[in-house]
Design a protein around this ligand. Structure first.
Ligand SMILES: NC(=O)c1ccc[n+]([C@@H]2O[C@H](COP(=O)([O-])OP(=O)(O)OC[C@H]3O[C@@H](n4cnc5c(N)ncnc54)[C@H](O)[C@@H]3O)[C@@H](O)[C@H]2O)c1
Length: 259
C-alpha cells in the first residue's frame, strides 16, 4: 500500500458510504461530515421524510447523496438496500452502522416486547448489516471500513438503560471480534462511543433539568455533545488516516469514561 500524501489523509473523494439511520441526529451529521470530505452518500433510512430531506440537503450543498429505504431489523431489506447502493454507485466502501434506539426504564420493569425490539435493532440489525456487507466485500475481494455506533453505555453503567447498555456492550464486542476475523480480508472494523449527544433520542433526558445536571456533572467537559461533534471521528475512521486502526472503540464522550 502506498502512503497517501499527509494532505490527502482524510480525503474521501470517490468513496461510497452507507449510513444507516442517516436521516437525523448523529447519522445525519456523520453523513454530512463524510460528504464534506468528498464521499458519495447512501442515506439508508426507514423514515422516508427525514431520509429524503437529509439526502436533499447534501445535494444542495454540492454533494452526492441518495436515500434508500431500509429497515435494518429485516434481513431482506438490508440486502435490497445494498443492491440498490451498488446499482447506483457501483460499490460500497464504507458502512456506518448508526440506526439505533434507546429506552430509559428501570431494569426490573422492562417488558419482553421492548427487550426484543431493542435487541433486534441495536444488536441483531447492526450485526446483519455488518455481515451482509462483509460477505459482499469478501466475494468482491474489496477492502472496506465499517464504523459502528456504540456508546459510553457500552463500557460503563448508565442506570435505567440496562438492555440498551447490553446491546451497546454487544456492539463493542462485535466490533473487536469482527475486526480480528476480517482483518485478513482488508475489512477494518471500528466503533465510535458517543457520550450524551443532543438528538431526538435524548431530548427528553436533556430537557429535564435534573437529568441534564447529572449528565453535566458526570462529563469532564461539562456539557452534552452536538451531533456534529461525532462527524470528525467518523471521517477519521472512514479515511486513509486510520488505515492501521482496527478493533478500536473511539470514545467521543467529553471524558465521561476517563473518570
Ligand atoms: N444521542 C446520544 O446521546 C447517543 C449516545 C450514544 C450512542 N448513540 C447512538 O448513536 C446512534 C444514533 O443516535 P441518535 O441519537 O442520532 O438517534 P435518533 O433517534 O435521533 O436517530 C436514529 C435514526 O435511526 C433510524 N432508524 C430507527 N430504526 C431504524 C430501522 N429499523 N432501520 C433503519 N433506520 C432506523 C431513525 O429513523 C433515525 O433516523 C444510535 O445507535 C445511538 O444508540 C447516541
Amino acid at each position: 500500500m502506498t502512503d497517501p500524501s499527509p494532505r490527502l489523509l482524510f480525503d474521501l473523494q470517490g468513496r461510497v458510504a452507507v449510513v444507516t439511520g442517516g436521516g437525523r441526529g448523529i447519522g445525519r451529521a456523520i453523513a454530512e461530515g463524510l460528504s464534506a470530505w468528498g464521499a458519495r452518500l447512501v442515506i439508508a433510512e426507514i423514515d422516508r421524510r427525514t431520509g429524503e430531506a437529509a439526502a436533499e440537503a447534501i445535494r444542495e450543498s454540492g454533494g452526492d447523496a441518495i436515500r434508500v429505504p431500509v429497515d435494518v431489523t429485516d434481513p431482506r431489506s438490508i440486502s435490497s438496500m445494498l443492491d440498490r447502493a451498488e446499482a447506483e454507485f457501483g460499490a460500497v466502501d464504507i458502512l456506518v452502522n448508526n440506526a439505533g434506539m434507546s429506552q430509559r426504564t428501570p431494569a426490573e420493569e422492562y417488558s419482553d416486547p421492548d427487550l426484543d425490539r431493542i435487541i433486534a435493532l441495536n444488536l441483531s440489525g447492526l450485526y446483519r448489516c455488518m455481515r451482509e456487507t462483509a460477505r459482499r466485500w469478501i466475494a468482491q475481494k474489496r477492502p472496506g471500513k465499517i464504523i459502528n455506533l456504540a456508546s459510553f453505555a457500552g463500557v460503563v453503567a448508565d442506570p435505567l438503560s440496562a438492555p440498551y447498555a447490553a446491546t451497546k456492550g454487544g456492539v463493542v464486542q462485535l466490533t473487536r471480534t469482527c475486526a480480528v476475523e476480517w482483518a485478513r480480508h482488508g475489512i477494518l472494523v471500528n466503533a465510535i462511543g458517543p457520550g450524551y449527544t443532543r438528538t431526538e433520542m435524548t431530548a427528553a433526558t436533556l430537557d429535564n433539568p435534573e437529568t441534564e445536571a447529572v449528565i453535566r456533572s458526570k462529563t469532564p467537559l461539562g456539557r452534552a455533545a452536538t451531533p456534529a461533534e461525532m462527524a470528525g471521528a467518523a471521517v477519521f475512521l472512514s479515511s486513509s488516516a486510520s488505515d492501521y486502526v482496527t478493533g478500536h472503540i473511539l470514545m467521543v464522550d467529553g471524558g465521561w469514561t476517563a473518570v
